[in-house]
Structures are given as structure tokens and as C-alpha cells.
Ligand binder design. Structure first.
Ligand SMILES: [Zn+2]
Length: 322
């Protein structure tokens, strides 16, 4: 009894400290979604727009359900798999160029975080000089406008002429499957405020757009799907948009397509070609839908490919000549 009493204060202290720890509420938010790297003299900031539950079973085509299950198992993933929506901000030193702009309000609360993350990364939307759009799907172009107003008040919006023609002319919507109807409407709404101020400027030919920025064709997912090759001091980053939607499936099995592909055959052919090129050239890739920050390399793996994410760097350093 005496022994127990003498230990009581210590027991009470222990109980009190346990209670104090238990009272701290879980926070459950993520760090602001930006990741910085240097590419030659250019500063690259990957920006997360958020993640959403990617509806793999209802969207993937040209791959058997058993293969999907096996691929996800190999990657230690369980459905629903969170799909990243990534964009890339390039500060060339003379221009601030945003490549893709996220979903804005069109995907709900999961997403539309790009502007918050851009601010957290030290920039303001009105500083953006150009927005380069890979294609006019909601999760890439939805974020350029909100309630009919431009989100990037001083920016020129650029994309391929083929992409603008397909999504913005009424004929495109009329001939497309019904499930794509809202994509046409959202593309028209995103473009409108920039068209009204003559800052919607599609390019007629792929090729150099700015010093260090070149547009390349990557057709299939959409008719005018563009990629942007960013180059500085001999270093290159290929921002390839939607060449890959679910890396755990489409890298081991590049033939797997998504029902949103305008041409599944072209999308598959483009993916095979790009993966082979990226692996062969050891090219740094910026991917819209590979886990944030979506920066890494492609390597051969068996009959397919694998993703090698960029090594985390807490203090990206300026270019120094080799
Ligand atoms: Zn996309």
C-alpha cells in the first residue's frame, strides 16, 4: 500500500502526459504542392492541382481486368488509385510560363489547388506571361478561367491550332461521343475570356515558341495534343501532358488506352514511341498524371517500361558547367 501510494504521483503524471498527446487533433492536410528544380538556367516549379480517385475500371481500355489487377498488385496499389494532376511553371529569367493549369473548379474539392500552390511557391497568377496548354481537357485547361474571368490576367494562352479547332468548333461536339459533351463546353468556357481579350493565340505549326521552349506533336489522346520541350544550357525537360494516365498499368503495358482518347490507336502508338525515345535518350520527363511532382525518367523493364522518379533535392542549385 505504501509502495503504491509513493508511486502514485508518477502514475498520475504518466496519465496526464498520455492525455495531452491524445488531445492533439490529426491534421490530415498535405504540404503545399510545389516542387522546385533547376534546368540549366531555367527554374522549374512542379505544381500540384490535387489528386482524384482515378476510375480505372470504367476508363481503361485495351487491357484485361485481370491484367489491371495484376499490375496494380505489382505496384502495391489498391483501388481507388489517386491520380495526380500536375502542371509545370517555367521561369526562364525573362518570362514566366505555365504549362497546363489544372482543373479549376471542374473536378470538385479534390482539385483546383494550383493557384494556391503557385502562391505558396512564391509567385502570383498575374505574373504569368504565357500559359501553354497540352490539350483542352478539363484537368489541363479548366484552371485558366473561373466564372468567365481569366485566372491569369496578363497571360497569353497558347495551344496547337488543331486542338483549338477540334474543341471549339461546334462540329467537334456534334460528332463526338455523348460522354465527351461536357468537355467541349468546358473548353469553350475556358477559352472565352482569353479570346475576348485577343490573348488566345493557337500556334499553327509545332516548333520553337520561345527561346528554350519548343512545341512537339503528341497526337492520339486528343487530335492536337501538344508536348513542350524545355531546354536550357544543354539540359532538357519534356513536359508530355497525357502520354501516360496510370503509370502502374501503362508503363508495363503501353497498349492500354483510356476511353477519353480521341484515337486509341494513335494514343497507343504515340505512347510506345515516346516511351522508347525517353528511355533511349535518358530524357527527363514532366508528366501530368504520374504521382506528384511527376518528374523522372523512363527506363526499359522487361517488354515494357518503368518510372524512375527524380531524387528529392531540398536545395536545388543553379547550373554549373560540367
Ligand atoms: Zn489529363
Amino acid at each position: 500500500m505504501t509502495l503504491l501510494l509513493s508511486r502514485l504521483p508518477a502514475i498520475l503524471l504518466l496519465a496526464a502526459s498520455t492525455l495531452a498527446h491524445a488531445a492533439a487533433p490529426q491534421v490530415r492536410t498535405q504540404a503545399p504542392g510545389f516542387y522546385r528544380m533547376m534546368l540549366g538556367d531555367f527554374e522549374i516549379t512542379a505544381l500540384s492541382d490535387g489528386t482524384h480517385a482515378f476510375p480505372i475500371d470504367s476508363v481503361m481500355t485495351h487491357i484485361a481486368p485481370a491484367q489491371i489487377a495484376s499490375d496494380l498488385d505489382q505496384a502495391e496499389l489498391r483501388q481507388p488509385v489517386q491520380g495526380s494532376i500536375n502542371a509545370f511553371l517555367v521561369n526562364t529569367g525573362s518570362k514566366l510560363i505555365l504549362i497546363d493549369a489544372g482543373a479549376g473548379q471542374l473536378y470538385g474539392d479534390c482539385c483546383g489547388k494550383l493557384v494556391d500552390h503557385l502562391r505558396a511557391a512564391g509567385y502570383r497568377p498575374e505574373q504569368v506571361d504565357e500559359v501553354l496548354i497540352t490539350h483542352l481537357h478539363k484537368d489541363h485547361a479548366g484552371g485558366i478561367a473561373a466564372q468567365g474571368a481569366p485566372v491569369f490576367a496578363n497571360a497569353v494562352v497558347r495551344l496547337s491550332q488543331a486542338e483549338a479547332d477540334y474543341w471549339l468548333a461546334p462540329a467537334g461536339k456534334a460528332s463526338a461521343p455523348a460522354f465527351l459533351a461536357s468537355f467541349f463546353d468546358s473548353a469553350v468556357a475556358a477559352a472565352a475570356p482569353y479570346q475576348a481579350s485577343r490573348r488566345f493565340q493557337p500556334f499553327k505549326a509545332y516548333g520553337p515558341l520561345e527561346p528554350g521552349i519548343e512545341a512537339l506533336a503528341g497526337p492520339g489522346h486528343t487530335p492536337g495534343h501538344a508536348m513542350y520541350l524545355v531546354s536550357s544550357r544543354g539540359q532538357q525537360l519534356l513536359v508530355w501532358g497525357d502520354i501516360v494516365h496510370v503509370s502502374a498499368i501503362q508503363l508495363p503495358h503501353p497498349q492500354a488506352t483510356v476511353k477519353y482518347d480521341s484515337s486509341e490507336a494513335d494514343a497507343s502508338a504515340t505512347r510506345w514511341q515516346l516511351l522508347e525515345m525517353a528511355a533511349g535518350m535518358h530524357m527527363l520527363v514532366g508528366a501530368a498524371h504520374i504521382a506528384f511532382p511527376g518528374l523522372g525518367h523512363i527506363a526499359h523493364a522487361g517488354a515494357g517500361y518503368q518510372w524512375l522518379p527524380l531524387n528529392y533535392d531540398s536545395a536545388p542549385s543553379p547550373f554549373s558547367p560540367p
